[in-house]
Design a protein around this ligand. Structure first.
Ligand code: CU
Length: 122
């Protein structure tokens, strides 16, 4: 009778510990990386292009959009979404699926008008 009681007590302790461990895991997984953003979208600009023709993000995602100018001074304007200055970042939530034009928002010289890319929210 005593053995059964000890066994039950031990079982209870194990179950409680397991439940706590699981709760802790869930909490960590849900924690945002920085601010409200769940990740970063890095766009690198040079004279006179962006490092990718297309950047894809998931609908509903909040990302810290970072513009890095490796050559020249460039910024970005994402049509209908917002702007990020040279070597700056901004947090945006991509609610509506679609294709948005990315252009340079700094008058940067002869190739300025050709600095174009697409942001695809899918
Ligand atoms: Cu420009």
């Amino acid at each position: 009778m005593k053995k059964t009681l000890i066994y039950l007590l031990a079982l209870t302790v194990v179950l409680v510990l397991a439940a706590c461990a699981k709760k802790e895991e869930t909490k960590n997984a849900a924690a945002p990386a920085a601010g409200n953003a769940s990740g970063e979208l890095k766009i690198t600009a040079t004279n006179w292009k962006f490092d990718q023709a297309e950047y894809k993000v998931k609908k509903g995602e909040t990302l810290n959009v970072k513009l890095e100018s490796k050559e020249g001074a460039h910024g970005i304007k994402i049509d209908k979404i917002g702007e990020v200055g040279a070597n700056k970042s901004g947090s945006f939530t991509f609610d509506k699926p679609g294709t948005y034009d990315i252009t340079c928002n700094v008058p940067c010289g002869s190739g300025h008008a050709t600095m174009k890319a697409k942001l695809i929210v899918e």
